[in-house]
Design a protein. Structure first.
Length: 199
């Protein structure tokens, strides 16, 4: 508020429910199919299975493998997701911006503080076991799925010296305004020391 911004607490109706319904459906249908098709068309010689084997640092490899081996998403389920649930998410976002007269949503970029790569696994969040991959992507899913601009900006270091971030989401089409907000935040953010990196 010292920089001229007003912070307003808001609630986005049905957002969590809708994201939970659509997130895995889109991943299973679009990412798994899209990556395999892209790799085949690129002529790189890299197979989808090879890519999964190489993507291990973030825990994504195991998650993609689970998705690939899981039950395929039907065309009907996918069509329902993108024609019904996705528009509902977009409407929820549009409503929260217009009804509260706000320019951006501000939130922790992740559900958990950052971990060392060697500490990735699952954590208990709100009584549910949650993979680190899901915890790190959960808060940025609404903008990604709904097509709104989203921005993640470094906020400081945790007590363990790892970088943490905050997220900004804006209404559809507000990309330049959101970038300006992020740049304004960076100007008032305390100077961040560099994290200590093990050699």
């Amino acid at each position: 508020s010292d920089a001229g911004a007003e912070i307003v607490d808001v609630t986005i109706q049905n957002l969590e429910k809708n994201i939970n319904q659509i997130g895995q459906t889109l991943t299973m249908y679009e990412v798994v199919r899209g990556l395999a098709e892209y790799l085949k068309a690129s002529g790189s010689g890299v197979r989808f299975e090879d890519l999964i084997a190489q993507v291990t640092a973030s825990g994504m490899g195991e998650r993609l493998k689970q998705l690939m081996e899981g039950e395929a998403v039907s065309e009907d389920v996918y069509t329902h997701a993108i024609t019904t649930i996705r528009p509902a998410i977009q409407q929820s976002y549009a409503n929260v911006f217009s009804e509260n007269n706000i320019q951006a949503l501000l939130f922790p970029a992740t559900l958990l503080q950052p971990n060392k790569i060697s500490e990735l696994g699952t954590s208990t969040i709100r009584g549910k076991k949650t993979s680190y991959l899901l915890a790190s992507s959960h808060n940025v899913q609404p903008a990604s799925i709904g097509g709104s601009p989203g921005l993640t900006v470094a906020a400081g270091l945790t007590g363990s010296g790892l970088p943490a971030a905050i997220g900004f989401d804006g209404p559809i089409g507000s990309d330049r305004d959101l970038l300006a907000i992020g740049m304004a935040y960076e100007k008032i953010r305390p100077i961040m020391p560099s994290p200590v990196l093990a050699v």
